[in-house]
Design a protein around this ligand. Structure first.
Ligand SMILES: Nc1ncnc2c1ncn2[C@@H]1O[C@H](COP(=O)(O)OP(=O)(O)OP(=O)(O)O)[C@@H](O)[C@H]1O
Ligand SMILES: [Mg+2]
Length: 232
């Protein structure tokens, strides 16, 4: 059994709001294998985004541990954690999160800004990523002159251009119609066939069942018993 790319142990994330304590993630134990397509499902408010943000190193757990390729995120310096976020992971969000005053090409180039590669190389890689996603005629478009599906493909290009090890996608199809939703998840599936690890948060159980190797179900901050695996 290969060692997991992501391993969460007794992970908790609590939010304090005045007198109210919200346990968004409670004692989650999870292992995601390299090359796995993991689907994370559950009702609104069940803690999916909170868990995803912890795994992506965007947020810190209240207690518990996350290991990436055997290294605890907790043990990383701030610089190493930034490097993890900049180089090893790609994020895709429901609302695309493109910079509105930057073109499609510039949005993708920005993802390479902190990787230390030259400007010319950043441009070349970004054009090639956009071409692979069928956006070669949209390089100079600002986000507001792209369709929703096109904007999300720019966001996919931005996530994959740095050749990350893991892609985290939080409801990437939430703002898309059915055809575009399937197109985006097909793109993720294709990346996964090339051994990229994918963690996909979705409300859409059909999408999860169709594409994910394993489905993990969150319920009131808890990951369902048996590790949440309902499909082998
Ligand atoms: N920054 C925060 N401060 C306080 N409470 C928060 C914060 N972020 C999330 N929560 C709470 O934690 C719980 C889990 O939220 P989370 O966003 O992880 O749910 P989710 O499963 O992603 O829901 P959705 O499907 O609606 O996106 C919710 O009750 C939410 O209100
Ligand atoms: Mg969410």
């Amino acid at each position: 059994m290969p060692s997991p790319v992501l391993k969460a142990t007794d992970l908790c994330r609590t939010f304090q709001r005045g007198p109210q304590v919200i346990q968004a993630v409670k004692d989650v134990n999870l292992e995601i294998a390299k090359g796995e397509f993991a689907g994370l499902v559950g009702a609104s408010g069940s803690g999916k985004s909170t868990l995803l943000n912890l795994l992506a190193g965007l947020d810190s757990p209240t207690s518990g541990e996350i290991k990436v390729n055997g290294t605890s995120l907790d043990s990383l310096t701030r610089k190493e954690l930034s490097s993890y976020r900049a180089n090893q992971i790609g994020m895709i969000f429901q609302t695309f999160n493109l910079l509105p005053h930057r073109t499609a090409l510039e949005n993708v180039e920005m993802a390479l800004y902190f990787t230390g590669i030259s400007k010319a190389e950043r441009r070349k890689k970004s054009i090639s990523a956009l071409e692979r996603l069928g956006l070669e005629d949209r390089l100079d478009h600002l986000p507001n002159s792209l369709s929703g599906g096109e904007q999300q493909r720019v966001a996919v290009a931005r996530a994959v251009v740095k050749e990350p090890e893991i892609i985290f996608a939080d409801e990437p199809t939430g703002n898309l119609d059915k055809d575009n939703a399937h197109q985006i998840v097909e793109l993720l599936a294709e990346l996964n066939r090339n051994n990229l690890t994918i963690v996909l948060v979705t409300h859409d159980e059909n999408l999860a069942v169709k594409y994910a190797d394993n489905i993990y179900r969150m319920d009131f901050g808890l990951l369902a018993a048996n590790g949440g695996r309902i499909r082998e």
